[in-house]
Design a binder for this molecule. Structure first.
Ligand SMILES: Nc1nc2c(ncn2[C@@H]2O[C@H](COP(=O)(O)OP(=O)(O)OP(=O)(O)O)[C@@H](O)[C@H]2O)c(=O)[nH]1
Ligand SMILES: [Mg+2]
Length: 300
């Protein structure tokens, strides 16, 4: 998982440490950081860290290091701490606590085709059930063939209810009904599925805007496939512009060697990452902790 990203950061850190140790004047200059970035930039890009996130990292490292005196034996630690702080800045630290929202809580899942929305909904339902909370699923994808059956199959396995209408019906109305159902039955969460869509599809984006207008979800959760690299950044921006994204889930991290999209997306839209999808099983949903993530990247 994220092997390439870890390798790049581990090598970068060691590279900068070596460079710093060689500095004759014993104070780090802006040019030293520029030189260093000229070397590592291709590797960062290769690991799917978007150029603008690389730039942000450079600014952060400069602020942390330029003018710093290098004391004997302390270069390693100085560099590691600088990396850590600069990396952490790419992330929004505060994230919404879904358990503290007023019930019933409506979580709307949206995103590009095949990004992992429906699977993530099943995983979140599983998480809620483990906490003895009662979710209902809303079959808001009335567009793609077999989408309702797919959601129903998850619901059957998990033992939760689905509110559904016919294919081709109004997604906003399905989710509206699911909320009514949750209110009537005293359920805690409505997990609303939506059809996969591209921001270029005006009709489907308009439908999503209507879903949001009619139902006022507590959180609009953008589900992004971490394998899509720079496209993930573009998708994040467009969805955010269209309906306003509150939080992000990055999926398929288990099969992602590169991993840079996690940094890129976080930086591009400045929204918290709630969870990482780390496999196809219901338990493969990990809360995202920026501190831990960054610690892991710079620890080697
Ligand atoms: N390895 C891995 N596979 C995942 C993960 N999340 C989802 N998938 C797989 O990705 C594929 C698409 O997942 P769906 O949940 O159907 O995606 P979707 O966004 O609902 O797709 P549409 O409704 O067609 O837009 C499925 O084969 C899932 O099993 C993950 O975290 N890791
Ligand atoms: Mg789906």
């Amino acid at each position: 998982m994220l092997k390439l990203l870890k390798k790049v950061f581990s090598r970068s850190k060691q590279g900068l440490e070596k460079k710093v140790k060689r500095i004759a004047k014993k104070r780090i200059a802006e040019g030293d950081i520029d030189d260093f970035f000229a070397e590592i930039e291709p590797e960062l890009l290769q690991a799917n860290v978007a150029l603008e996130a690389v730039e942000a990292l450079k600014v952060g490292l400069k602020r942390e290091l330029v003018g710093k005196e290098i004391k004997r034996g302390q270069a390693g630690r100085l560099i590691r701490d600088a990396f850590k702080r600069a990396l952490l800045e790419l992330f929004v630290q505060e994230k919404p606590d879904i358990f503290k929202l007023k019930r019933p809580v409506l979580l709307l899942f949206l995103g590009f085709n095949g990004s992992g929305k429906t699977t993530t909904i099943a995983k979140v339902a599983n998480l809620l059930l483990k906490k003895k909370l009662k979710p209902v699923l809303a079959a808001g994808d009335t567009f793609r063939a077999a989408s309702i059956e797919q959601l129903e199959e998850h619901a059957r396995r998990l033992g939760v209810e689905v509110v559904k209408h016919k294919y081709g019906s109004d997604s906003a109305a399905v989710i509206f009904d699911a909320r009514k159902h949750a209110e009537a039955k005293g359920l805690d969460f409505i997990l609303a599925d939506t059809a996969g869509r591209s921001h270029a599809n005006v009709n489907l984006m308009d439908e999503l805007k209507k879903v949001v207008r009619v139902n006022r979800p507590n959180l609009k959760i953008l589900v992004l496939d971490s394998l899509t690299g720079n496209d993930a950044v573009e998708q994040a921006r467009k969805f955010d512009e269209a309906v306003g994204v509150d939080a992000v889930v990055l999926t398929k991290v288990d099969v992602n060697e590169k991993g840079g999209s996690i940094l890129s997306v976080a930086w591009a839209i400045r929204k918290p990452i709630l969870w990482l999808g780390t496999g196809q099983k219901y338990d493969d949903l990990k809360p995202f902790d920026p501190e831990k993530f960054v610690e892991d990247l710079v620890k080697v």
